[in-house]
Design a protein around this ligand. Structure first.
Ligand SMILES: [Zn+2]
Length: 179
């Protein structure tokens, strides 16, 4: 069920909580070096994607559709969760890297789900690129009433495809040939 995802034909109004932020985009959790953010997981399982990193942005690998200028930058796996500061909405996206993987694995082995779990997201040190350190905390008391989970996979695939297409329109790469 993907009613939580924006799409070109998504309604402009509706009853209940809005499916996405006012901008139509989910926001990204940004943690400053030395800072921390507490949020709540809206997803039962994290999502992982092969991604590219270009000009400071993470863009998902489109596989066979991935343009060569992007694909040649190399692939790394990143992990994504939908979270909320004041659950259940608006939805924010949290991107974490390899250091978070064993933490999420242990939490899932012990709890079976991340849905409704409070998360403490910290960035130690002084560098903006310091890894994000995740701590899984206790459950949010209202989590059972939040309804369907945001469809992180569908949202990110659409976002990246649109972002990559817009980038190709704006600056057609000399090497536009696709693999
Ligand atoms: Zn690729």
């Amino acid at each position: 069920m993907s009613a939580e995802s924006p799409s070109d034909d998504s309604p402009h109004f509706g009853r209940g909580v809005p499916p996405v932020g006012a901008s139509g985009r989910w926001r990204w959790v940004r943690v400053q070096a030395g800072g921390e953010v507490e949020c709540v997981s809206l997803t039962s399982l994290p999502w992982w994607f092969d991604t590219h990193h270009i000009d400071g942005h993470t863009l998902g690998c489109l596989g066979p559709e991935c343009p060569r200028w992007l694909h040649k930058t190399g692939v790394r796996q990143r992990i994504f969760l939908a979270v909320a500061m004041l659950p259940p909405r608006p939805v924010w996206l949290l991107e974490v890297g390899a250091p978070a993987q064993p933490i999420l694995e242990r939490a899932l082995a012990a709890l079976g789900t991340l849905h409704g779990r409070k998360l403490l997201v910290r960035k130690e040190g002084e560098r903006a690129k310091s890894p994000v350190i995740l701590t899984v905390l206790g459950p949010h008391p209202q989590a059972a009433s939040w309804g369907a989970e945001p469809d992180v996979g569908a949202y990110l695939r659409r976002l990246w495809a649109e972002t990559i297409a817009a980038r190709e329109r704006a600056q057609p790469p000399a090497d536009a040939e696709r693999d």
